[in-house]
Design a protein around this ligand. Sequence first.
Ligand code: HEM
Length: 141
Amino acid sequence: MLDTLMQWLHLGGVIVGVGGVAFARFILLREAAALPPEQRGPFMAKVAGRFNPVLWSAIGVIALSGLYNMASSLQAGVDARYQAVLGVKVLLALVLFTIAFLITLPFPALDGIQKQRPRWLLVNLALAALIVLLSAALRRM
Ligand code: HEM
């Protein structure tokens, strides 16, 4: 029962996080770019104020449920190949989470990287696609 709940939470977090980022990158940022600069800044600040807590919560849910999934797989007994693919997946997930925090946390020291936000969102979407592929492979090992 707890396994099912954790799988549901893990996938729910991924759907909300990756879906939201894809919408922001391909729809929202493109439409916002068409706004006059004096409107764009305040509009994007409001959107970020609403979306960032959702994204940070999704990351928390994905990480906690992922750790539970990992503990339960390792406890059930998995071979070295499974452990290697899981290790790569977790490493990529940590890179993805780090990028997500660097481009959303409101610290002036991060202004440089935040100017490149569209590029880093694309990097994170590519990482997410790879992580989902590795997860599908894990399920079949
Ligand atoms: C700390 C980070 C994470 C850990 C420890 C983790 C761990 C796991 C584990 C152990 C599984 C079960 C694999 C199996 O079926 O044997 C799993 C499934 C999965 N994970 Fe993660 N994960 C993490 C982050 C992510 C991220 C960032 C994504 C997507 C961007 C993701 C997407 C998935 C998907 C799609 C599944 C398949 C679920 C299913 O088949 O029902 N995970 N994860």
